[in-house]
Design a protein around this ligand. Structure first.
Ligand code: NDP
Length: 594
């Protein structure tokens, strides 16, 4: 490959970024309330009326996705049986309950992505399992650990209030439940509130429309396992958005639709996927006791720049770090400075992105379409995608890339979608427009917490998130959060963060119960010290300022609160080591039990 003109690339990246910067940031999207609320209806499970709960449980967990499942499993293993998971969907699964669009599959290798494989004895059938298998695995965990017994589905928490006199939380839901829990834990995920572009006319469209996270198979035909969507034959379909979701479902739509219009504002970088079925003989060899923990640690070490002897997963994620590492290792010792390391990283990135752009040319036959599909930014500015059929879909007759050159679709009419001043008449609009990310946590969760002395969580974290280990919050006794931020912050494999947080939560609750404590809470000093440690770090490699806007950088409008959205200053490996040692010592440093 020829050496790229780095200055020209830098200028091009800035130019492309500038086209997309908008003053309205996150406000460019609309919430699905009022007349748009029907976009949130559950198309998968009918609602079953039930009597409201007014009882008491030991642990209430909000969210029935991976976070709730892995924490529930660890609680059950610890002998804590009285666990109630509250979930807004009609079953366990979280992301995998809602996202059943055709082609959905995990982007991180199943062996490290799917939690509790060893405990449940499941062998993923593919390196990157498809959504139905992952959803089934969620159900498997639920059954294996008895989590269905006390679960409340199609239930949304409305309010959580600490009752100091009785050392318990009052839990109220939109379904009329009003029960108490000694402990509450939350794992509501970062991407669960669908959003639509805030463009005029969405409500005027007279054809059919839905969001990708509520796929309407009754309209399209087919099913989540990839059966052909026969009802789309001869139909004109628009899909708005070209993020990770669109990349996975466009190949299926291209095969099914009469005409498919793919409306693009920013192209995704799409690298090689190389999926393959799992060989059971190979799996039997690797699946020796402790295998999944070894794989998790190996992936994290490779993906975050640690020095692992081998790379068990070997994929696009670990390739990114392998390349950067080898560039950095090639710097002569006398020139080893932070500046040279940043240059080495940039060189590696230019090389990778040039490869990804060359891949577009090698696959897409129409040169104009190929040009439109090239991503002009650094690979980690936006979510990297990996797919072996997406680019090929643009060679299918009837599939059209409508590149809006960074501007986005303008409006929706009664009969179609307008972009670049032209109306495209369609029968159906599919919104692959993503999920709310940069908005307030309490807005996305749908509830706030009222902790000790009536302080609300939204008030306490008004200037930025404050926790100990990303799990415990001062002033909110017996409450736990399971998520990556202020912990490992390992973005390439979220379940690893959740698995560790689940262990921490279960051990803490067990310690309180075994010793007759009614409350546990982090001290202010411990929480402050943790935040100081987090803020002391200055990553050698930061997301550059010339990144194109998206949810990774709050739509190009950095928020002052973002400085708190960090992980351990020495990286994910250091956090996982720290928290494992913290758990092993058994003295729960930083937590007050009473
Ligand atoms: P994204 O937020 O990544 O993508 C939304 C898309 O809609 C973007 O292409 C965006 O363009 C586009 N868009 C928004 N407004 C307009 C407009 N007015 N006109 C035209 N286009 C518009 O959502 P996704 O659902 O694709 O993915 C969300 C996240 O979910 C991923 O980043 C990933 O973390 C996760 N995911 C994971 C998968 C996996 O692991 N297998 C699969 C799918 C998703 P622009 O880029 O310009 O903002």
């Amino acid at each position: 490959m020829t050496v790229p003109d780095k200055e020209a690339l830098r200028r091009k990246y800035v130019m492309e970024r500038d086209k997309r910067l908008r003053p309205d940031g996150n406000d460019q999207y609309v919430r699905l309330t009022g007349r748009l609320a029907h976009y949130l209806d559950d198309p998968y499970t009918p609602r079953d009326p039930r009597e409201p709960k007014t009882d008491h449980v030991t642990v209430a967990f909000i969210g029935g996705g991976f976070a709730g499942l892995v924490t529930g499993a660890r609680l059950k293993e610890a002998g804590i049986d009285d666990v109630r998971i509250i979930e807004k969907g009609g079953d366990f699964g979280g992301t995998w309950y809602w996202n059943r669009y055709p082609g959905a599959q995990c982007d991180t290798a199943s062996f490290v992505y799917m939690p509790l494989l060893e405990e449940t004895g499941h062998m993923p059938t593919e390196k990157y399992a498809h959504a139905p298998e992952i959803l089934e695995h969620c159900r498997r965990i639920g059954k294996h650990f008895g989590l269905y017994d006390n679960a409340l589905f199609h239930t949304e928490v409305d309010d959580l209030e600490w009752d100091a006199a009785r050392s318990r939380w009052n839990v109220r839901t939109k379904q009329g439940d009003a029960f108490t829990a000694q402990f509450i834990a939350m794992g509501t995920g970062p991407l669960h509130v669908p959003k639509l572009p805030g463009i005029p006319g969405i409500q005027s469209f007279r054809g059919h429309s839905f969001h990708t996270s509520r796929w309407d198979y009754s309209y399209t035909g087919g099913d989540p396992s990839g059966a052909p969507m026969e009802n789309l034959a001869g139909k004109r379909v628009a899909i708005i958005g070209t993020g990770a979701t669109s990349v996975q479902c466009v190949p299926h739509l291209a095969r099914a639709c009469g005409e498919l219009y793919v409306f693009q504002r920013t192209p995704s970088s799409v690298d090689v996927r190389d999926n393959r079925p799992t060989d059971p003989e190979w799996f039997a060899q690797i699946a020796t006791p402790g295998w999944q923990q070894r794989w998790l640690e190996n992936f994290t070490a490779n993906q975050t720049g640690g020095l692992a002897e081998e790379d068990l997963v070997m994929d696009g994620w670990t390739d990114i770090t392998r390349r950067v590492r080898s560039r950095i290792m090639a710097i002569p010792p006398e020139e080893f400075t932070a500046k040279r390391m940043r240059e080495a990283w940039e060189d590696s990135d230019f090389e990778k992105m040039e490869e990804i752009r060359a891949r577009v040319d090698s696959i897409v036959k129409d040169p104009e379409t190929a040009n439109g599909l090239k991503a002009w930014y650094r690979q980690l500015c936006k979510r990297p995608c990996f797919h072996d059929d997406y680019l090929q879909a643009f060679n299918v007759p009837g599939t059209h890339l409508i590149d809006t050159d960074g501007k986005g679709v303008e409006r929706v009419t009664e009969t179609g979608v307008v972009a670049g001043g032209r109306e495209y008449q369609v029968d159906c609009i599919i919104y692959a427009s993503g999920f709310e990310v940069g908005t307030e946590y309490t807005r996305r969760a749908g509830y706030d917490l009222t902790g000790r002395d009536g302080v609300r969580l939204s008030e306490y974290c008004a200037d930025g998130m404050r926790t100990l280990h990303g799990v415990h919050v001062h002033g909110f006794p017996n409450a736990f959060i399971t998520q990556p931020t202020q912990g490992a912050n390992l973005i390439s494999n979220i379940p690893h963060n959740l698995t560790e947080a689940g262990r921490t939560v279960a051990l803490t609750i067990k310690h309180a119960l075994d010793n007759g404590y009614s409350e546990v809470e982090p001290s202010k000093e411990a929480e402050d010290a943790w935040i100081d440690l987090l803020l002391s770090g200055k990553p050698l490699i930061e997301r550059p300022a010339d990144c194109t806007p998206g949810y990774y950088n709050n739509e190009g409008r950095p928020s002052p609160r973002a400085r708190f959205s960090v992980g351990h200053p020495q990286g994910p490996m250091a956090f996982f080591k720290h928290i494992a040692e913290w758990r092993t010592t058994g003295d729960f440093q930083g937590l007050d039990f009473r």
